[in-house]
Design a protein around this ligand. Structure first.
Ligand code: ADP
Ligand code: MG
Length: 509
């Protein structure tokens, strides 16, 4: 070895030459790098999912994991589903082929409204759980009411027999009641004690059912399922909304939230907006099928859709109808954005206070008269310019704001040529006439006159006989239907024989 060479250079380590040291790296950097890698891997897992949540994540853009909150939500949803799958497997294993099965339903994380696809293989606990107060086997005391002979007679009232029997019957209490090994200890419960235990057990069960119900209810009020919440977070995350403040209304079909508007690239977002979330529980909408099923604009699509998509159709329908109304300059919310079953639109009200419904507004007689003429005019515009019938018009769906009546809630509105369009209109007219007449507006027309004034039809009203009037309306609807069938056309001028403005189909569909 050449010693001299070594001495002139840095002394060589007896352990071999050291590689150049890596630049110093702080612990926090190492940690964040690790975290980033981990998050990366977790993100990569999502696209592989084949369930509806994955569909949601993939629907529009790549999963947005910028927000910790959203990331946490995604992970939580995934975790919940896996947990439920495992629970379902355990439930199956536990029950086996047994006729009496136990359900783990209450322990599930994701509740059926969110998981409709997999609900078929679930056990309905209401049906399968046995009645805790009905003994599994019939009691064996013979009809005569005693056993044994002579001195050894024991009646069904015998204290010891009865006590043991009561102990055994405790087994039939609800599973969450811990009864211990009474039989092993040869415990004898008097009727009095048993009955009071039974009462306690029963009231506990009811209490827990109530609690459960309350919990479910509060989740509904928080609005909705995790899927919807995630969509809402996404809107905040994308900056369309600044903040979602709170719930204005929870109806059967929708939940309405107040939110602060953010910004959208192509259009301005008002400072205050509402989110109308169409409920994804389908029960209520089923009753309303006819509003959409027979609406030719949606007819073809309706038959091909699954229920969740039908809910989206409602939101879409409200958007289209509001669009037509805006064109006719009818005061109504302005649509900002439609995202699946969530419709974002301008807020009617000020500083977080929604405008009152017409039924709650404190109006003097002058205002009332004014409001009446506005409503009359709006109904005419709606029919003649927008080619629409509101179909749920009443003092509940009109707001009073800045001295004007605003029309809302038009998801169910249909065209007059809808097979029941004129009947819906008649109902609207009745609601309007009744409301204003009751409030003392002497100018308010009768339902019949209002109907004619809106439609331009001249159905005779002399007899003031509702049945007759309705018969006329239905005859018109029938004629219209026949006409459509014959011509294969969508529209038909809904006018009387003696003329009136024919209705043109709207261009926006
Ligand atoms: P539903 O079908 O549940 O009746 P609505 O569209 O009528 O739905 O909305 C329910 C309630 O929410 C309304 O009565 C009204 O008080 C409030 N609301 C709905 N839209 C708006 C809006 N754009 N601005 C202010 N309040 C609104
Ligand atoms: Mg309403």
């Amino acid at each position: 070895m050449d010693q001299s060479g070594v001495t002139t250079q840095t002394p060589k380590s007896p352990w071999g030459s050291a590689a150049p040291a890596a630049p110093a790296c702080s612990l926090s950097e190492v940690m964040s790098e690790q975290l980033a890698k981990q998050l990366d891997e977790e993100n990569a897992v999502f696209p592989a999912l084949s369930d509806p949540a994955a569909e949601l994540l993939l629907a529009d853009e790549a999963p947005d994991t910028a927000s910790d909150l959203m990331l946490a939500q995604m992970l939580q949803m995934q975790f919940d589903r896996e947990f439920d799958d495992q629970l379902r497997r355990e439930e199956k294993k536990f029950n086996g082929d047994s006729k009496v099965s136990i359900s783990f339903e209450n322990y599930r994380m994701v509740h059926p409204y969110d998981d409709s696809d997999s609900s078929e293989d679930e056990v309905d606990w209401q049906d399968t759980r046995h009645d805790p107060y009905r003994a599994d086997k019939p009691q064996t005391t013979p009809r005569k009411g005693f056993t044994g002979k002579g001195k050894n007679i024991t009646t069904k009232h015998d204290e010891v027999t009865c006590g043991r029997k009561n102990t055994a019957r405790m087994d039939n209490f609800a599973p969450e009641v811990h009864v211990g090994d009474g039989l092993g200890m040869d415990l004898k419960l008097s009727n009095q004690v048993f009955n009071s235990l039974k009462r306690h057990c029963y009231s506990e069960q009811r209490r827990s059912a109530r609690l459960h119900e309350k919990k479910e209810h509060s989740t509904a009020e928080q609005a909705v399922d995790p899927r919807t919440r995630l969509l809402m977070y996404k809107m905040v995350n994308a900056g369309v909304l600044e903040n979602i403040n709170g719930c204005i209304s929870t109806g059967k079909e929708s939940v309405v939230f107040h939110a602060d508007g953010g910004s959208l690239e192509e259009q301005p977002v008002p400072d205050e907006v509402v989110l109308k979330v169409f409920k994804t529980t389908l029960n209520e909408f089923k009753n309303r099928d006819r509003y959409i099923k027979d609406d030719y604009r949606f007819k073809d699509r309706f038959s091909k859709l699954n229920p969740r998509k039908i809910i989206r159709l409602w939101a879409e329908k409200e958007m289209h109808n509001l669009g037509r109304m805006k064109k006719a300059e009818i005061p109504c919310p302005e649509v900002v954005l439609l995202k699946k079953h969530i419709l974002v639109m301008s807020f009617i009200g000020k500083d977080h206070v929604p405008a009152p419904k017409l039924k709650d507004a404190m109006l003097n007689s002058e205002d009332l008269k004014n409001a009446y003429y506005q409503v009359l005019h709006m109904m005419q515009q709606l029919y003649q310019e927008c080619n629409l019938v509101h179909a749920d018009l009443s003092e509940y769906n009109m707001l009073w704001h800045e001295g004007k009546v605003w029309l809302i809630d038009v998801s169910q509105s249909v065209e007059p040529t809808h097979p029941h369009g004129l009947e819906f209109l008649f109902r609207d007219c009745r609601n309007v006439s009744t409301f204003f007449q009751k409030r003392g507006v002497s100018e308010a027309m009768s339902t019949y006159d209002l109907f004619n004034a809106v439609t331009g039809l001249n159905i005779p009203v002399g007899a003031k006989d509702e049945a007759e009037f309705m018969a006329e309306i239905m005859a018109l609807e029938k004629r219209n239907e026949d006409h459509i069938q014959k011509r294969g056309k969508k529209t038909f001028p809904v006018t009387s024989e003696d003329g009136g403005p024919p209705l043109e189909p709207d261009a926006d569909d």
